[in-house]
Design a protein around this ligand. Structure first.
Ligand code: PMP
Length: 315
């Protein structure tokens, strides 16, 4: 990937391919889907905004959950798309609630699996229920699988449904398992009618995925071994962290992402302040609708050891 990027440096005087044809075809080939089902973006963050613009209804409320990745609601707020947030139940995505509203004609719904910040996943039955509800109501189910590569074997990906079906899209990113957050590349696979609507917005954001990002993503996709090895290391470190947190008397949720949600209880505000003062940039999830918790991203074993030592000193 680094060699490909180095080579591309001599082409920086040229604009990139506005449609990202090579990358779109590489992604389509990788997932075994038609290129008409793939669109790329400047990170999933941009794809979320383009999907909202493409599917904007303006009157009927779209859906998301509370305690989730904030970009869904930020994009809806910024574009004036009305939306409803359904409350999590015992840290779980409220499938029946979302399905009922989709059946009632909600234009689209964002769900996240593995879920940021809980690390929980939706099972196949839940995905099917939500997809069927979207079909029945004429809406679109948008599944964010940004962390899918970190999930255990047997993870119920929506990619097979998005590869052949209608009323469903899956978003994926090079920012997490591929380690390319700084380059900003994400993609969406799904219903070709939705992809066509998204692509029609591209003239408003021409050349949105830069040359280095396109080239790096093609190379990264071709190097699955590197990705799998780094995911395996992250998963080992994540499980070790959970064991050590348990030994410190702290409850954390089982996670299928590259992070762990930790319950800090009532002392959480002062602990977050002290952790930050000691250089640990933990995510306070209060503004995501989960007070008294932090989300801890998995770094190297050495970084996590330093975090655990720092935390133990503060408890
Ligand atoms: N989806 C989820 C659930 C995320 O947590 C994040 C990153 N914080 C993103 C999408 C953003 O991905 P990208 O870097 O591709 O914009």
């Amino acid at each position: 990937m680094l060699e490909a990027v180095a080579e591309e440096l001599s082409n920086l005087h040229r604009y990139p391919d506005s449609e990202g044809t090579e990358l779109v075809h590489a992604i389509a080939g990788f997932h075994g889907v038609a290129p008409e089902r793939v669109s790329i973006g400047n990170g999933v963050d941009e794809i979320i905004l383009l999907l909202v613009l493409a599917l904007a209804d303006g009157t009927r409320a779209a859906l998301t959950t509370d305690a989730t990745f904030p970009s869904y609601r930020e994009s809806m707020r910024a574009t004036g798309q009305p939306y409803t947030t359904c409350a999590l139940r015992d840290y779980r995505v409220p499938v029946d609630d979302l399905a009922a509203r989709l059946r009632d004609g909600a234009p689209f719904a964002f769900v996240c699996t593995p879920h940021n910040p809980t690390g929980g996943v939706l099972d196949e039955a839940a995905i099917t229920t939500l997809h069927q509800a979207a079909i029945a109501g004429g809406g679109v189910l948008i599944v964010d699988e940004a962390y899918g590569e970190f999930a255990a074997a047997g993870f119920a990906s929506s990619l097979p449904a998005a590869a052949t079906g209608r009323n469903i899209c899956v978003m994926k990113t090079f920012s997490k398992a591929y380690g390319l957050a700084g380059l900003r590349v994400g993609y969406v696979v799904g219903d070709p009618a939705v992809i066509a609507k998204v692509n029609r917005l591209h003239p408003a954001v021409p050349y949105h995925v830069n040359r280095l990002a396109q080239r790096a993503a093609v190379a990264a996709l071709a190097d699955q071994r590197f990705m799998r090895e780094s995911v395996a290391r992250t998963v080992d470190t994540r499980e070790h962290l959970r064991d050590r947190l348990h030994a410190l008397g702290l409850r954390s949720l089982p996670s299928q992402g590259n992070f762990v949600l930790v319950h800090l209880g009532l002392a959480h505000e002062s602990l977050v302040m002290l952790l930050r003062a000691n250089g640990f940039a933990v995510r306070d999830t209060a503004d995501m609708g989960l007070p008294h918790h932090i989300r801890v991203s998995i770094g190297t074993p050495e970084q996590m050891q330093a975090f655990l030592d720092g935390l133990a000193d503060l408890l």
